[in-house]
Design a binder for this molecule. Structure first.
Ligand SMILES: NC(=O)c1ccc[n+]([C@@H]2O[C@H](COP(=O)([O-])OP(=O)(O)OC[C@H]3O[C@@H](n4cnc5c(N)ncnc54)[C@H](OP(=O)(O)O)[C@@H]3O)[C@@H](O)[C@H]2O)c1
Length: 238
């Protein structure tokens, strides 16, 4: 597909799936804006994407900062909100302050982004929210994070009607090999991910580029709206 002449904004685009999507969108000809919180990750993204990409230090859970971001960007064509983190909460033991970022980022971040981006989106535009197969097969010990995925799935279906003819979808990846797991699994990371991959029909976990490819499909196909696109190596089947 071509994104020549299009403007693509990726909230959470400085690492993993977001950065891979930024690269893919650039390769397809788009002008890319990426955001994140960490200055170090923003700097690394600048180095990876080159001077033609725009980087913005913005917390997706901050409504005012998100409004200011879209003011700076101006008109755009496609928006992907992938900002999020895995918040563990076994048996709901952690307090609200610990688990709230799961919803504040994935759900409220999606609401804010759609609210301020939609009025600036050109004809043919699309919004893609990041969900996960956890919405179908809950991840043990992450109930609030799981609920945040279900929440954006429902939000996308509702906004596919409310914001039409803009198209609104979610992507639901299974396990994908990104820095998300570095802090969670530590030295066990590679062994844990290899074991998770071995249980899948395809025999391995996903690559960020494979999710990016699916996100570009959602951006480019003008007949797709209100869906949750599963890209998981068959994980929901086993
Ligand atoms: N990897 C998987 O297996 C998998 C599976 C299903 C769903 N997901 C979801 O996919 C998304 C991307 O994950 P990833 O695997 O690509 O992880 P990653 O490599 O850690 O990337 C996460 C990105 O989101 C940004 N981010 C996190 N919180 C943010 C916030 N509040 N405001 C702005 N940016 C924020 C990070 O930058 P800063 O930290 O600098 O802000 C980074 O750019 C997440 O929502 C994750 O839950 C991942």
């Amino acid at each position: 597909m071509t994104l020549a002449g299009k403007t693509v904004v990726i909230l959470g685009g400085t690492s993993g799936i977001g950065l891979a999507t930024a690269r893919a969108a650039q390769t397809a000809g788009a002008t890319v804006h990426v955001s994140g919180r960490s200055p170090e990750r923003l700097e690394a993204a600048r180095a990876a994407l080159g001077a033609e990409a725009f980087t913005h230090e913005v917390d997706a859970a901050d409504e005012l900062a998100t409004a200011a971001l879209f003011e700076r960007v101006g008109s755009l064509d496609h928006l992907f909100i992938t900002a999020g983190q895995l918040v563990l909460d076994a048996k709901l033991a952690p307090d609200r302050a610990t688990v709230a970022p799961a919803l504040d980022t994935r759900f409220w971040g999606a609401v804010y982004a759609a609210k301020y981006a939609a009025p600036r989106m050109r004809s043919g535009g699309s919004i893609t929210f990041m969900s996960g197969t956890a919405a179908r097969r809950p991840l043990p010990g992450a109930s609030v994070a799981t609920a945040s995925c279900g929440a954006v799935d429902a939000l996308a279906r509702a906004l596919a009607l409310d914001l039409a003819p803009l198209r609104v979808n979610t992507i639901q990846p299974g396990y994908v090999d990104t820095p998300l797991f570095d802090g969670i699994f530590g030295e066990q990371r590679d062994a844990v991910l290899a074991a998770a991959g071995a249980k899948l029909p395809v025999g391995r976990i996903g690559r960020p580029e494979e999710i990016a490819d699916a996100v570009l499909f959602l951006m480019g196909n003008g007949y797709v709206t209100g869906i949750n696109l599963v890209v998981d190596g068959g994980g929901v089947l086993v």
